[in-house]
Design a protein around this ligand. Structure first.
Ligand code: SF4
Ligand code: FES
Length: 363
């Protein structure tokens, strides 16, 4: 169904919940334009429908226009996942002319000062307002993605208003998922249960009020859920992820799992990797499951949750994700959220190589 192309790990922002791995690919090992174009043609042959151009910040690649053009020629629906701050109107117009189908713009907060602090980037919100206006002028559909956490959660009503101002047709209110940088910053990001419950009410009310104007996607934090999400829609079932250097992963965090071998598009065809690659076979379907998942009615609904989270929290990727209330570890795990969210938030560890203090950017 979908191919997530992490074109680069370079990014001018330093969000402390970034889904990129803690060890990022350096620019000198990124795939070339021709290699990405070959990936796109192979993806279309394989029957993939949508590509998501992601990063890092995909607009940091100077060849983005060529990549988009090839995607359109191959008949792929393309979605640009961007923070927007590097875009110019001219460049966005060129991308639209080359066949870009959709823009997904991330925002850190509706409060400009707090948004700057979260991303460690000055003037970001002002730039995003400009980008939203250009997207509208060019007639492209816009999704706004708003990662939500304890340091912006009280501004959710304003974030909804901002999405409307930007002309979005869809808003993802996405409570943080605690992998990679977000796991490092969990105590600084975790909201209280009461704060989370309030966001459920706000989204339900807004969904009703804005029917036909703004569609909501609401991503619940695992720590306050009864059952886990089917991570990636199930391992190796609908989505592939390619890193900047060409490694093909079943999910963006799969490299955190020990003992898996990942193929590279430089040495193996995409179709072969999808069908036969050892990493894709490892947790595909339900045969790998242990109890309680093995005999559970929901095993083909959530596929046991997230393998990377199960490994990070239990040391065994074949265990039930502790996000599940049927996991023997669930009750203990949930306590972590209650304890951390009740304490004052520590300083962010920013997403940068060596990451602690933010490296200041100017707009
Ligand atoms: Fe899902 Fe496994 Fe929990 Fe059942 S036991 S709900 S399959 S995670
Ligand atoms: Fe890897 Fe969920 S992030 S399976």
């Amino acid at each position: 169904m979908g191919l997530l192309m992490e074109l680069t790990h370079r990014c001018p922002l330093q969000c402390p919940y970034c889904s990129n791995p803690l060890e990022m690919d350096k620019p000198n090992i990124e795939l070339s334009t021709a290699e990405w174009q070959d990936v796109l043609r192979q993806a279309a042959e394989l029957g993939i429908l949508q590509i998501h151009l992601s990063g890092g910040e995909p607009t940091a690649r100077r060849d983005l226009e060529e990549i988009v053009k090839t995607a359109a020629e191959a008949g792929l629906y393309s979605n640009l996942i961007t923070a927007g701050v590097l875009l110019t109107r001219e460049r966005l117009q060129k991308l639209a002319e080359n066949g870009l189908d959709h823009v997904q713009l991330s925002i850190q907060d509706a409060d400009a000062e707090n948004a700057d602090r979260i991303a460690a980037y000055k003037g970001g919100l002002l730039k995003k307002r400009e980008v939203g206006a250009w997207v509208k002028e060019l007639g492209l559909p816009l999704t706004v993605n708003a990662p939500l956490h304890r340091q912006n959660i009280e501004n959710l009503p304003k974030i909804i208003d901002l999405a409307l101002e930007l002309g979005a047709g869809r808003l993802e209110v996405a409570h943080i998922q605690y992998y990679a940088w977000a796991l490092k910053n969990r105590a600084a990001l975790m909201p209280t249960r009461a704060q989370f419950m309030r966001t459920v009410e706000i989204v339900e009310e807004a969904r009703e009020r804005l029917k036909g104007i703004l569609v909501f996607d609401f991503v619940v934090p695992d720590y306050y859920a009864k059952y886990p999400k089917p991570c990636m829609g199930g391992w190796g079932s609908g989505i592939m992820n390619i890193t900047p250097s060409g490694k093909v992963l079943p999910c963006h965090a799969a490299e955190s799992l020990p003992g898996l071998e990942f193929d590279n598009v430089k040495t193996r065809r995409l179709a072969d990797i999808w069908l036969n690659g050892p990493a894709f076979q490892k947790f595909r379907g339900t045969d790998w499951m242990k109890e309680p998942c093995r005999s559970c009615d929901r095993r083909e609904i959530d596929f046991g949750g997230c393998r990377c989270q199960a490994f990070a929290l239990t040391g065994d990727a074949t265990n039930t994700d502790p996000a599940c209330s049927l996991s023997s570890l669930h009750a203990e795990w949930v306590k972590v959220a209650d304890i951390e969210s009740a304490k004052p938030a520590p300083e962010f560890v920013y997403r940068r190589i060596g990451g602690d203090k933010p490296k200041r950017e100017t707009a």
